[in-house]
Write a protein that binds this ligand. Structure first.
Ligand code: CA
Length: 219
């Protein structure tokens, strides 16, 4: 799952990136306001973490431009502690949640999980498909109560399919969500990954529709 991080404080950016990557996200970082705005306007992200005080274009302007251009991905804004005006302006501009600085990394991760879930209409931290349960907090998967051992990549792939189970997910979309760099992407990577998931989770869980992509198929 790709997350856009727009933050000019390099220490915070490094720390946040590290924790997000450890939690299984792919992170695209921008330091300058314009760069952050451009990435959010042009590329697909599951969510953005947006600092408000940025060099060049400020965070609120970025957010208003995204929303004005119908970019609807969830946005968590980072605000100065005690600045209720910033929070009000941020929420009015289309932020989904806010976090005052300084913050605990665990709280950032929890708020991020929550806004991503809500953006897919999921109120619960546990996603279910038939006998399969995916716990987004513990990052565990069980089938009929039995734990299934997945690699981080397999987990990310399954998580993306579960969040989007109301539609088909194309191979291209999965490729973009799962691999940060072009050179990591091989043409058959997604097929190989889906094959491994089917072996671990049962052949029928992930259906393929030619020309449309993959979709979780369970009651
Ligand atoms: Ca800043």
């Amino acid at each position: 799952m790709r997350i856009l991080l727009v933050e000019d404080d390099m220490l915070i950016a490094r720390d946040v990136s590290l924790h997000l990557e450890r939690a299984g996200y792919l992170v695209e970082h921008a330091r300058m306001g314009e760069d952050g705005w451009f990435l959010g306007a042009e590329e697909e992200f599951a969510a953005a973490i947006l600092d408000l005080g940025l060099p060049g274009m400020d965070g609120l302007s970025i957010l208003r431009r995204w929303r004005g251009a119908e970019r609807t991905f969830p946005v968590l804004i980072l605000t100065a502690r005690g600045s209720w005006q910033e929070r009000v302006e941020g929420i009015d501009a289309g932020a989904d949640d806010y976090l005052p600085k300084p913050f605990q990394m665990a709280e950032l991760l929890a708020r991020l999980r929550a806004i991503v879930r809500r953006s897919h209409g999921q109120a619960s931290a546990v996603l279910a498909a038939g006998a399969l349960l995916l716990d987004t907090r513990a990052r565990t998967v069980t089938v009929e109560g039995l734990p299934i051992d997945l690699t981080p990549l397999e987990y990310r792939c399954l998580h993306h399919l579960m969040l989007n189970r109301d539609r088909h997910v194309t191979q291209l979309e999965l490729t973009e969500q799962l691999w940060a760099q072009d050179f990591e992407r091989e043409s058959n990577s997604v097929e190989v990954l889906i094959g491994r998931l089917r072996r671990k989770l049962g052949r029928d869980l992930i259906a393929t529709k030619r020309g449309f992509g993959y979709r979780i198929d369970a009651e």
